[in-house]
Each structure stands twice: as structure tokens, then as C-alpha cells.
Design a protein around this ligand. Structure first.
Ligand code: RB5
Length: 147
């Protein structure tokens, strides 16, 4: 993949980390799409997962970043969409392996449980790591057949 376009979506618990990561990725030369939210006013994480899923389905971005307080709710919501493979990530190793093995197209973070250094390193690795294919392609294909 050439430099991917990255879409960012977060609820009120995640908007600050979302804004920080988005600006850093923009400064690093990536195309970015800001899908909100943009303030600490309470919103519902499924709404932002849905907006992100629609953005990827429309081809407006290649990869997504989904952030809520724990990362759990927004990743659960994102994975209800068949074209989304969202991984809730806590470290750089997970970020690398979920691209290599799962062809994850969305990375989720919990803004209340991860620090900026770890999130930055994980996201930088996520967007730079290609899918390995091979035996993993068969498994991802089986994932797509579920449901
Ligand atoms: C919001 O308070 C919080 O529940 C949400 O950000 C997320 O952590 C849910 O999984």
C-alpha cells in the first residue's frame, strides 16, 4: 500500500487523543479524515464506529482509527460491520501482528488506558505494516464468511 489515507473517529472520551494522533499523522505526510467528535460533550461510541465504517466502505480512507474510553465499545461496534476488521491494541507488537496476520483495517485505542507514546508507536507501526497473506489470507477469508 502506498501511504494510506487514515480516518479517525472517537467519542467524547477519545477525542483529545484522536486530535493529537491525527495531527501527528498529518504532519508525517498522511492523508487524514477527521470524523469527530470534537469536544468532551457526551456522545455515543456506536455512532462514531458507524461513521467510520461508512467512510471506509465509501473508499474515502484506507485505514481507520477508533477511540473511546477503553477502546472496547467502539471496537465492538466497528466489528459489527462485515468489511471492518478492528483490533483493540495496547502495544506496538499487537499493532504489527494484527496487520501481518489479520489484515486489520481499523485500530482501536482506549484513551483512558493507553499513553500517547504507546499509541503513537502502535499507530505508526500499524500504518506501515503490510498484510502478510499466505496462510493468513485463508484465515481472514474464513473470518469474512462468519455471520
Ligand atoms: C464513555 O464513558 C465510555 O463508556 C466509552 O468511551 C467506552 O469506554 C465504552 O466502551
Amino acid at each position: 500500500m502506498s501511504k494510506p489515507i487514515i480516518a479517525f473517529a472517537a467519542d467524547h472520551a477519545g477525542y483529545s487523543l484522536k486530535d493529537t494522533l491525527l495531527e501527528e499523522m498529518r504532519a508525517a505526510g498522511f492523508g487524514v479524515v477527521d470524523l469527530g467528535t470534537d469536544s468532551p460533550q457526551s456522545v455515543d461510541y456506536p455512532d462514531y464506529a458507524n461513521i467510520l465504517a461508512k467512510c471506509l466502505a465509501a473508499g474515502e480512507a484506507d485505514l481507520g482509527v477508533a477511540i473511546c474510553g477503553t477502546g472496547i465499545g467502539i471496537s465492538m461496534a466497528a466489528n459489527r460491520h462485515p468489511h471492518i476488521r478492528c483490533a483493540l491494541i495496547h502495544d506496538e507488537t499487537g499493532a504489527r501482528l494484527t496487520r501481518l496476520h489479520n489484515d486489520a483495517n481499523v485500530i482501536a485505542f482506549g484513551a483512558r488506558v493507553i499513553g500517547i507514546e504507546v499509541a503513537r508507536a502502535a499507530l505508526t507501526t500499524f500504518v506501515a505494516t503490510p498484510f502478510e497473506g499466505g496462510r493468513h489470507a485463508r484465515r481472514v477469508e474464513k473470518l469474512q464468511q462468519i455471520g
